[in-house]
Design a protein around this ligand. Structure first.
Ligand SMILES: Nc1ncnc2c1ncn2[C@@H]1O[C@H](COP(=O)(O)OP(=O)(O)O)[C@@H](O)[C@H]1O
Ligand SMILES: [Mg+2]
Length: 299
């Protein structure tokens, strides 16, 4: 059993770094390690398709053995929550369709985030899954999500809303239950943002940090000696082109190494490198499998 597995993995990072890709790979890896896994994403349904399954509205989608996915939607989550509290479909429908009520709900800051996070953490609590993976929105919005229970606790008097915030916060800050996984790229901007994110999520919100997943990593292939040899005496044109490609590869590999070292020295967290892949056709199941194996090997 994976020693890094928690009940909740929050996958967070800058837009486009590979959060959805990593969430899918982590889901596949943990389900294969024997855990019952739910991967949750916000408002979209990319995960089922990425793994070769069909998404269907806001239902839970079965992807593989022990692996399911859900898409969180604020309206849907609100309806479910109200239903849980009010026990009457008719009442909930008329309430949520009432213009005064919806206008009022619109005034509560971060209400959509609160109800979606509530739904997510409810899935963590039910025990129906061993692990829930949250493909969080990009940096700023992702932090808003994770900060909602704390903000609410500071803002509202004791009561129903406050006790909602309490149980949610309890799961989020529990280092035996939760791990915030930081996805990043070997690039200056992405790495800077990751360091900031680690600070804000860790020190700022008091959340337990898990791993750094350095995505699109390019491994070194040649020694210094071999590189020197690449630079001299290549006569044929074909070989010259190959030599150029090799040197370009090495430049990217050295950049990867540089940012990997910077992340390792700035954050005392386990770091997993995920290789830059070049799929022949669309990025899909085969690529996710390859990344899942890398995560498994590092777990
Ligand atoms: N290791 C990788 N190698 C090559 N392409 C990748 C890799 N990881 C992600 N991608 C591609 O990068 C793009 C962004 O990834 P995605 O997971 O959607 O990022 P995010 O969810 O953070 O916005 C997608 O087109 C994805 O296929
Ligand atoms: Mg995404």
């Amino acid at each position: 059993m994976s020693r890094l597995a928690r009940r909740l993995h929050v996958v967070i990072g800058k837009g486009g770094v590979g959060k959805t890709t990593v969430s899918a790979a982590l889901g596949l890896q943990l389900s294969r390690a024997g855990r019952r896994v739910l991967v949750a994403e916000v408002r979209v349904q990319q995960i089922p398709r990425l793994l070769g399954a069909e998404g269907r509205g806001y239902e839970i989608v079965r992807i593989a053995d022990r692996l399911e996915a859900i898409s969180l939607d604020p309206k849907e989550a609100m309806r479910e929550y109200a239903l849980m509290r009010l026990h009457s479909k008719l009442l909930v429908r008329s309430l949520l369709e009432n213009r005064v009520v919806t206008a009022f709900l619109g005034f509560i800051p971060s209400l959509p985030e609160l109800v979606m996070l509530g739904k997510l953490l409810h899935c963590v609590r039910t025990g129906e899954w061993d692990t829930v993976i949250f493909d969080a929105p990009a940096t700023g919005h992702g932090l808003t999500f994770l900060g909602v229970p704390q903000a609410l606790r500071d803002a509202v008097p004791p009561g129903a809303l406050r006790s909602e915030a309490d149980w949610m916060q309890e799961i989020l800050v529990d280092s035996t239950a939760t791990a915030v996984e930081l996805v990043t790229l070997p690039e200056e901007l992405a790495v800077n943002e990751t360091l900031e994110l680690a600070e804000k999520a860790g020190q700022g919100l008091g959340l337990p940090l898990g791993r750094v997943l350095l995505n699109r990593h390019v491994p070194l292939r040649f020694s210094d000696e071999e590189l020197k040899r690449l630079e001299v005496g290549i006569a044929s044109e074909k070989l010259a082109a190959a030599s150029r490609a090799a040197r370009e590869h090495e430049i990217r590999a050295r950049r990867s190494r540089h940012f990997e070292e910077r992340l390792r020295s700035s954050l005392s967290l386990p770091l997993v490198t995920l290789p830059m892949l070049h799929p022949e056709r669309a990025f899909g199941r085969a690529e996710i499998e390859a990344l899942a194996e890398r995560i498994e090997a590092a777990s």
